[in-house]
Design a protein around this ligand. Structure first.
Ligand SMILES: [Zn+2]
Ligand SMILES: [Zn+2]
Length: 175
């Protein structure tokens, strides 16, 4: 679900990747504006958890997983910024494109690199929604990244350990 203005081509590309990745139906649904009450004017950022609460209210069914995508910078009070956040109970997550755009931009493969980051962080948040927690393997999509360098180092795949945990907890149709 786009939150605010989000590049439509990016969203379509992301949906297509996630369909093949999770083997599940993925719909790009009608977006909404970011909730004004989430904006912290002093920080110029949106409080991510407030957005997740709004997404939970907007969900059609408790069985759906909803991933919000925003161009805005998001935060929680204990961190300067976030690439994304997820609420596994409510089954809602968010990915912010804002920090994924900065640094390490090579003029040759800017779009490719940016998209690979968006995909990794989307897979990460969806991983939380299907029951995974953070993983110590720096190549695994469930690795928690503090920097873009770390995002660029990891892959968009769950490692063998995470896959084993998934097979134990999730119906195979989700894999
Ligand atoms: Zn995480
Ligand atoms: Zn892992």
């Amino acid at each position: 679900m786009p939150l605010g203005e989000v590049d439509f081509i990016l969203l379509s590309k992301l949906s297509a990747k996630l369909i093949s990745y999770f083997g599940a139906d993925v719909d790009t649904i009608q977006g909404t504006k970011l909730p004004e009450e989430a904006l912290n004017p002093t920080r110029g950022q949106y409080y991510s958890t407030v957005i997740l609460n709004k997404l939970e209210v907007l969900k059609n069914s408790s069985r759906e997983l909803t991933l919000g995508i925003t161009e805005e910078d998001i935060y929680i009070p204990t961190l300067n910024y976030l690439f994304g956040e997820a609420d596994p109970i409510a089954k809602v997550g968010i990915v912010s494109l804002f920090r994924l755009k900065q640094e390490n931009y090579s003029f040759l493969d800017t779009d490719e690199l940016f998209f690979s980051r968006v995909l990794k962080e989307s897979v990460h948040e969806l991983g939380h929604l299907i029951g995974l927690t953070h993983c110590n393997n720096p190549r695994c999509a469930m690795y928690f990244c503090n920097s873009l360098a770390e995002v660029d180092k990891k892959t968009d795949r769950f490692c063998d350990n995470c896959m084993r945990r998934l097979y134990k907890t999730v119906p195979t149709s989700m894999l």
